[in-house]
Ligand binder design. Structure first.
Ligand SMILES: NC(=O)c1ccc[n+]([C@@H]2O[C@H](COP(=O)([O-])OP(=O)(O)OC[C@H]3O[C@@H](n4cnc5c(N)ncnc54)[C@H](OP(=O)(O)O)[C@@H]3O)[C@@H](O)[C@H]2O)c1
Length: 393
């Protein structure tokens, strides 16, 4: 097969954009050259020759020589405009924008189909871990039942630093932002929204299900207190922000929530900005993939891998989606064991099907109970900032 020579138009030169530039230069093996880079702020100092830069998106989108648009900006709305115009102009697209992909997948699929251009986005899920292409190609014939794990590098970095290094939450959040691990809007990370975007993309490639992020339950790590950390230490638990989807017949459940896991659980050893993906399937049973889930070069390497794949005209076949059981649907009907910590009083015990343990003290109170996911997601008490919940694995 002859390799195509690619001319790249890149949007965004922040953490991932500069990472891509570095890995493209250092690898030297991919048949691709950068022609132009579109950024937002013309006056920002840049580490490379300013002849590359423009703030005029048309310079890239209308250039007939540019055959690949690499979209690496931090604005999902603007990203959709760029990506759709690029596809309409017959250009292949590579993106890392999980928010845009999770929220607008049906429109993006339509564009891809109508204009017959490949649209690849490996970096959008767990950065350096090659999960999408594996779900597409390797897990095509095996019966996947569940995909779960740590899908957010920034919160895993924060939790590891808080628990192992005893650094306070505001200090470590700032460090995660400085290192480029956190999203521009860190609430997307710490409230468990970013891993939910990734879960939506995984649901599509693992099971062929299109779902909206708003339909998946999420809870973040911003309410975790010293009391919760002490509880974890006493029980020999690690705390991880876990995203999980499970297939049972034609029903799929999914959630993203902080979770106590046993210290022996392989995911407990996934630390700092690393991510871990556990795949469960009928024939291969359990498998774990670990890799850096954030940062310039690790994320840049996944983008580079997509660019390299384009030199061979690779595109996602979306086989699971094409052959999906039309009755497959997302449901919130599982029952989960949850630790609930509250400051003063808690008066909604009737939401729980059983209570296993209760503890009150001048320093804080908690109970452990089992609750249906739908009841939990519809509850009002969960909005109270003085209440924290952590799932128990
Ligand atoms: N950081 C990570 O570890 C990571 C990992 C996986 C995926 N991602 C995803 O990768 C994307 C980029 O993230 P990042 O961390 O690199 O963001 P970032 O460091 O904040 O950089 C964003 C870049 O986008 C440019 N930009 C913003 N709006 C623009 C517009 N309308 N037109 C042209 N350029 C625009 C900015 O221009 P200026 O330089 O002029 O401000 C900047 O160069 C996001 O979708 C993010 O979710 C990031």
């Amino acid at each position: 097969m002859t390799k195509k020579r690619l001319k790249l138009g890149i949007f965004g030169f922040g953490c991932v954009g500069t990472g891509l530039y570095k890995v493209l230069e250092e690898a030297g093996s991919v048949e691709a050259n950068i022609k132009k880079i579109c950024i937002k702020h013309a006056d920002k100092p840049r580490p490379i020759n300013k002849k590359y830069f423009t703030t005029d998106k048309e310079e890239l989108l209308l250039d007939p020589e540019i055959n690949v648009i690499v979209e690496l900006i931090d604005d999902a709305k603007a990203a959709f405009e760029i990506v759709s115009k690029a596809m309409k102009n017959g250009k292949a697209v590579v993106s890392a924008n999980k928010k845009m992909i999770a929220e607008r997948l049906p429109e993006l699929l339509k564009l891809e189909q109508t204009y017959k251009v490949p649209f690849l986005y490996e970096a959008s899920v767990c950065a350096s871990i090659p999960i999408i292409r594996n779900l597409e190609e390797y897990y095509d014939n095996d019966l996947l039942t569940s995909v779960s794990g740590i899908f957010n590098g920034s919160t895993n970095f924060i939790l590891t630093k808080m628990i192992n290094d005893h650094v306070s939450y505001p200090v470590v959040l700032k460090e995660a932002q400085e290192k480029g691990f956190a999203e521009s809007d860190p609430t997307l990370d710490v409230e468990g929204i970013d891993p939910k975007y990734k879960l939506c993309i995984i649901l599509f490639h693992a099971f062929g299900l299109i779902t909206q992020p708003k339909d998946i339950f999420n809870f973040g790590i911003s309410r975790i207190s010293d009391f919760d950390l002490n509880f974890a230490q006493q029980r020999n638990y690690a705390i991880k922000l876990i995203a999980k989807c499970n297939k049972n017949g034609n029903e799929i459940t999914g959630f993203c929530a902080p979770t106590f896991i046993e210290k022996e659980d392989p995911l407990a050893h996934v630390k700092y900005e690393y991510n871990g993906v556990v795949l469960e399937s009928a024939f291969s049973e359990n498998q774990l993939m670990i890799g850096k889930g954030a940062g310039d070069k690790p994320t840049g390497s996944a983008v580079l891998s997509d660019i390299s794949a384009l030199t061979y005209d690779y595109k996602y076949e979306n086989k699971k989606y094409k052959h999906v059981d039309k009755n497959l649907k997302l449901v919130n009907n599982g029952t989960y064991k949850v630790y609930v910590r509250y400051n003063d009083t808690f008066s909604n015990f009737e939401d729980f099907s059983s209570i296993e343990e209760k503890f009150t003290s001048p320093y804080g109170n908690y109970f452990i109970g089992s609750i249906n996911l739908e009841t939990l997601s519809q509850s009002q008490w969960i909005k109270n900032k003085n209440i924290n919940i952590i799932f128990i694995s």
